[in-house]
Design a protein around this ligand. Structure first.
Ligand SMILES: NC(=O)c1ccc[n+]([C@@H]2O[C@H](COP(=O)([O-])OP(=O)(O)OC[C@H]3O[C@@H](n4cnc5c(N)ncnc54)[C@H](O)[C@@H]3O)[C@@H](O)[C@H]2O)c1
Length: 326
């Protein structure tokens, strides 16, 4: 009997620290050759886009497939969100689906967790660091949450084109994290003060001037992940040490990398490592305090599989969710 887990159920059992831990293990499996990560399959029915993201992690015992759909007319026509996601978790021994869970909150937490792992290895150490968050949407909340799990953050600055989004972000996240979060009046305010930057916007064009980023800054770029869209300009890409979640995903999906390659500003060797190679020590992380580092995240199915297994195990442990006879 598969267990059904709603968004509220997932929220009840999914913690960022635990998710960072399993996410690190998932990236290590990718580097060690025990992860199976086929390319995402995309289908385009007339009204939208349907994405199938399967993965298997041998050591974690996680076998799952996330289905995400993007239907722009959903809100007006059906009173449904544009993006809807569900994860099917299987028992690797029998292949049977043991759990179907909502994928919205899970996606935000696992995306935050990947940035958390990258920040843990790549950002400078230090007390009282400042986090700068571009975008004040769903993903941005989990980006900041993850930063506070891996670094001592004393203050966060948030910049968004929407004042309402910033106000909502500050009121929600100040309560949750119990820290000082203030609105940044301009992108430059963040560039002048932040030790760690998270770019988590829906923008298709660069969101700040890369020539103004301070030496030593670490950047997590999670927003754009289509070939023609980018949040980062060519200047910051050329100035930085670039770490990919996956070379393949970056070369096929990330405008942040693909556009500078097309311009001839960099070639693919500019990507120094995959995150899994960093966490397993196969490649070095930061080389100096002056280095600018970028983690480019496109979102991988291994993150969903690891997180779904974590959620399921915890839900069974504490008795959350409803089992349904199919
Ligand atoms: N890498 C991953 O694994 C992953 C996973 C999920 C979502 N995403 C991506 O993350 C991005 C954010 O997703 P979300 O769910 O938080 O979206 P959202 O719509 O909730 O929030 C995006 C915010 O970005 C703001 N914004 C747009 N342009 C901006 C600019 N130039 N400067 C500052 N703010 C700007 C918008 O006003 C909005 O508040 C999307 O591009 C989404 O596709 C990535």
């Amino acid at each position: 009997m598969p267990l059904m887990l709603s968004r509220d159920d997932v929220m009840q059992v999914l913690d960022m620290n635990d998710c960072i831990d399993v996410t690190e293990k998932a990236f290590a499996e990718m580097a060690n050759g025990t992860a199976v990560l086929p390319l995402r399959t995309n289908i385009t029915p007339p009204d939208g886009l349907s994405l199938y993201m399967p993965a298997y992690l041998k050591e974690l015992g996680a076998l799952a497939c996330k289905i995400v759909t993007v239907y722009k007319n959903n809100p007006a026509k059906y009173n449904l969100p544009v993006i809807v996601g569900k994860v099917l978790l299987q028992d690797p021994n029998t292949g049977d689906v043991v759990c179907i869970m909502d994928g919205g909150y899970l996606t935000a937490v696992r995306t935050g967790a990947a940035s958390g792992v990258a920040t843990k290895y790549l950002a400078r150490e230090g007390d009282g660091q400042v986090a700068g968050i571009f975008g004040a949407g769903v993903q941005a909340t989990c980006q900041l949450w993850a930063m506070t799990c891996v670094r001592n953050i004393s203050k966060a600055l948030v910049y968004d084109l929407s004042d309402d989004a910033v106000e909502g972000f500050i009121s929600k996240m100040s309560d949750k994290l119990g820290m000082e979060i203030v609105k940044a009046d301009s992108p430059d305010t963040i560039l002048q003060q932040a030790d760690i930057i998270c770019a988590a916007t829906s923008s298709a064009t660069p969101i700040f001037d890369g020539t103004k980023v301070r030496e030593g800054t670490h950047i997590n770029s999670i927003g754009s992940h289509t070939p023609g869209a980018r949040e980062l300009d060519t200047a910051i890409i050329t100035r930085s040490t670039l770490i990919a979640d996956s070379y393949e995903a970056c070369l096929n999906e990330a405008g942040d990398i693909m556009i500078p390659i097309k311009e001839g500003a960099i070639d693919k060797s500019h990507m120094k490592a995959e995150l899994g190679e960093i966490v397993t020590g196969k490649k070095p992380a930061r080389n100096s305090d002056a280095e600018i580092t970028i983690f480019k995240s496109n979102g991988l199915a291994i993150q969903d599989a690891a997180t779904a297994k974590l959620v399921y195990d915890r839900a069974v442990e504490v008795g959350v969710g409803n089992s349904v006879e199919l």
